[in-house]
Write a protein that binds this ligand. Sequence first.
Ligand SMILES: [Zn+2]
Length: 198
Amino acid sequence: MTMTPPPWHRPHIQCHRAVEPGVAPAAVPSPGTVVPGPNGDTVVYVGDRWTATAEETHSLAAVLRHARTITLVGSLSAGRPARQALYDAWSAVRKAERAAARPPAPPVRGLCGQPRRDGLPCTQRSGWGADDPDGPCRYHGGSTAVREQRREELVAQTELWVELTTRARTGPLSPAENLALLVAERAVRTASREGWLR
Ligand SMILES: [Zn+2]
């Protein structure tokens, strides 16, 4: 049985301009002080200016994550950016958690399964058009003939890329050459990403 955590609700944040009127400035807690109250209503002192680093903001966001409401006490020019920084920190954490919770697609027996250009696993049959019936498909390194052809293309594109980048140092390239450079660069990058440059 898998345990599903209860849904998380972003705490409500309000800004409070001043401490109580008549409180001596020396009695105001220093910026960053967190005072947990009853029922998860938490007070955070933010001072006159919000100067927390990203790291400090993330630790504060982690501490405050399960508060019900948060009152930021200080000047508005501290409270508003603090509120935004907390919202941003929680969004980043939530995004990372959702990404981590997504299970990686298990390799499916009988399918190629190699990463495609879009990052998803290839759904072509194992060994389709390839030398090894249980290996990757023809397009994902399974065919010696295709591999050789791609290697030749890659060598040509790499040579072209070197030639054009060298020439670009001495003068402007024509639009057609610029396009060719772009195509060559992309071919080299793709090959590198897919492991063709081993
Ligand atoms: Zn494939």
